[in-house]
Design a protein around this ligand. Structure first.
Ligand SMILES: [Zn+2]
Ligand SMILES: [Zn+2]
Length: 239
């Protein structure tokens, strides 16, 4: 450690981004908080990323009962860093609504680790799930775009912020029930005339996967541009 960084640590000691506790080493999040996160890191279904990959296919990939024996759907591969529970929820909500944008690099690192199969399969462009511009003006940032930007720094893959836009305001998905969630988002997204996603391997980024309706609607919209493949990567996933 250099004298300068030791001095900075004395004045501004690194703190855990979750609980605020002072840490000896700047790792973003303390050991205690990290141990409470339920990372999705074993028996992952190679295709949809849920932790029930207990069937091995001809290529040696683990698949879940829902994906085994079926043709690939809208998405090539889907991954999430951790399970969306009461503890991990706080991290996502802080980033999304409480202006804790300094969490983005830490969360993006977790997504980078979770997305190794996706990056190994190859990605040409990262596309964040967009916000309607009125929401953007109110919130001042799009949390998915922040995560996309941090992932781009880690992977050197470019981000396209203006290929996909949200063309109408929708009710928050949490206020909708099952079928209503799909109806609420129908035709809510649009490709812009400047998009160049044709033939590209697209990685779609969002914060949380609950029922998957947002990612599915974005995926269906992106598919109109005839991309080579679409993968999805989120911080958390409701299991
Ligand atoms: Zn902590
Ligand atoms: Zn699966």
């Amino acid at each position: 450690m250099s004298i300068l960084s030791r001095l900075i640590d004395l004045i501004l000691p690194p703190r855990c981004a979750v609980c605020g506790k002072v840490m000896n080493e700047d790792k973003g999040i303390c050991d205690e908080c990290i141990s409470q996160i339920d990372f999705i890191n074993h028996d992952i279904c190679y295709r949809c990323g849920n932790p029930h990959g207990n069937i091995v296919d001809k290529k040696g990939h683990k698949l879940c009962p829902g994906c085994a024996g079926k043709r690939r759907g809208l998405f090539r591969l889907s991954r999430s860093a951790y399970s969306y529970d009461d503890f991990s929820k706080k991290l996502v909500l802080d980033l999304k609504f409480n202006d804790k944008t300094d969490l983005a690099p830490l969360l993006a690192k977790m997504m980078y680790v979770a997305g190794q199969d996706i990056f190994a399969a190859g990605v040409d462009v990262i596309v964040p799930v967009p916000l309607h511009y009125t929401r953007f003006l109110k919130r001042k940032y799009n949390q998915s775009a922040l995560l996309a930007k941090e992932l781009s720094k880690l992977t050197k893959i470019p981000v396209s912020y203006n290929s996909l836009i949200k063309k109408r305001i929708t009710k928050p998905q949490v206020e909708c029930s099952g079928i209503e969630r799909i109806k609420n988002l129908k035709n809510a997204f649009e490709l812009t005339p400047s998009q160049k996603l044709s033939g590209k391997r697209v990685l779609l980024i969002d914060d949380v996967l609950t029922t998957g309706s947002t990612l599915a609607e974005c995926g269906r919209t992106i598919k109109k541009s005839k991309p080579r493949s679409i993968d999805t990567l989120t911080i958390a996933r409701a299991l």
